[in-house]
Write a protein that binds this ligand. Sequence first.
Ligand SMILES: [Zn+2]
Ligand SMILES: [Zn+2]
Length: 343
Amino acid sequence: MAEQRFGRSRRDFMRVAVTAASTASLPWLGAGEAHAQGSPGAPASGGVTSTAASSTSGIAPARGTRLILLGTKGGPTPSALRAAPANVLLVDGQPYVIDCGNGVALQLTKAGVKLPMVRDIFLTHHHSDHNADLLNLVFLAWASGLQTPVHLYGPPRIGRMVDDFVDMNEIDLDVRRREEGRPAFRPLINVHEFDGPRVVLENDQVRVSAALVDHYTIKPAFAYRFETRDRTIVFSGDTRYYEPLATFAKGADVLVHEVMYLPALEKLISTADNAPTLRDHLLRSHTTTEQVGKIATAAGVKTLVLSHFVPGGDPSITDDMWVADVRKDFAGQIVVGKDLMVL
Ligand SMILES: [Zn+2]
Ligand SMILES: [Zn+2]
């Protein structure tokens, strides 16, 4: 892809990559601290990136596309290490939210995204680590001053979640509308449910398409492809090793893919009576480190961002351990995702 097509954001992105390489041996630094460790202008390191970091403020282009990983831990149980699954793309400053795990509003706020700016929210599937805060996010945006319509995209039952949320929070919604002068909550929400592949949204900033992935018994489960003026970014959602995803992600600049570190899980489940069943369940639901590399290579993506770590709360699994088996098959840049990382 031509350099000029990326413009400033391409150069910024490369700067993040260089920063990443130079901080590879450091423990994770908070957003803002890590950025200072970079050495912009240094030659890229051959795409060997085991960790990356940048600030949310240091590379904020008013125009162009930025990806912020809001939460990178798979599964619903809270962890001090990583927040629940959520991402946001900023296209010319406009947020597009992908998945709403517990704490998504707080993570957006930490990332510097103004909640009333939220307009389009995409769900990959109905596991609670991805949908738990869908309506909480809309509500907190509303309580923060949202006046404009919000669009929720994803599998069937989102409309039912909206209705149940409104019912459950009737007292609060009514009181705030009357006493704080807020607009009626429910009419602001537009639901767009679908159960198969399609173009989900197309406007002057982005074209968003959805494809089915295979997340065992959770159906439908979607991957999303975002094509903007300067970049193409694909989110795997939750899926087992699924070759058609490589076709869907073909030629993308960035593939954000879920990942599972099987050795750690096998250690965990080895003592369980139902270990073979559990192992089978995991392999039918998620993608191992080794399989992620194969998908990224088949897709021909430039950068693979590992996220939705399973297990995501185990500090003994180092970045190098996450990368080792991915690297066997993928020669491009690998980023071990961290919460609030900007790419
Ligand atoms: Zn998940
Ligand atoms: Zn899931």
